[in-house]
Design a binder for this molecule. Structure first.
Ligand code: HEM
Ligand code: HEM
Length: 127
């Protein structure tokens, strides 16, 4: 693994550890108030970033560097902000809702970039 594929996969491992620790904390404290934070850290951070990592490891050569970098950085910055925003929001600090809202739109945009990346890679000849 190298480049953006490796960077996505390493970040997925980091989010996996954070999400599981948050899950254990919720279970042990019997306070499931951070369930949406836990769920999104794990399903976006661990699962979808791991898929992006494997995708770029297999098909990264077919993706222009600028497009891959735009996807990577927008996804990373948006998810980091989303996690902080969700954590604060579900801690009762509702004034941080705009952080969650804006970072959600950032993540959605990064996913649209990935759709373009994936469609482009699928239409490349594989021989
Ligand atoms: C040691 C590991 C884990 C612990 C202790 C843990 C704990 C929890 C707890 C306490 C809840 C709240 C349940 C509720 O109130 O209904 C929850 C929900 C959830 N967890 Fe975990 N979790 C763990 C690992 C994972 C992993 C690895 C994933 C995903 C890859 C995951 C995804 C989810 C999701 C999506 C929900 C929301 C479920 C729903 O909407 O009903 N969890 N988890
Ligand atoms: C960034 C855009 C996204 C937004 C704004 C968003 C928003 C939401 C909201 C409002 C809920 C309900 C939370 C609650 O009331 O408990 C939810 C739940 C959930 N979302 Fe997302 N979501 C996004 C992306 C995703 C993605 C990409 C995935 C999967 C890869 C995902 C997986 C889930 C799961 C498993 C739940 C159920 C867990 C729970 O109830 O907390 N979401 N999402």
């Amino acid at each position: 693994m190298q480049g953006i594929g490796k960077a996505f996969f390493v970040s997925a491992l980091v989010y996996g550890v954070i999400g599981i620790l948050l899950g254990l904390h919720m279970a042990m404290s019997k306070n499931h108030g951070q369930m949406p934070t836990h769920a999104h850290v794990l399903v976006i951070g661990w699962l979808s970033f791991a898929v992006f990592g494997l995708f770029y490891s297999a098909h990264g050569h077919a993706v222009p560097r600028l497009l891959a970098a735009a996807h990577f950085w927008l996804a990373q910055i948006s998810l980091a902000a989303l996690v902080v925003g969700l954590y604060l929001l579900y801690s009762g600090q509702t004034q941080y809702e705009p952080v969650a809202a804006i970072s959600s739109l950032g993540y959605a945009t990064s996913f649209l970039i990935f759709v373009a990346v994936a469609l482009r890679a699928m239409h490349q000849r594989s021989d």
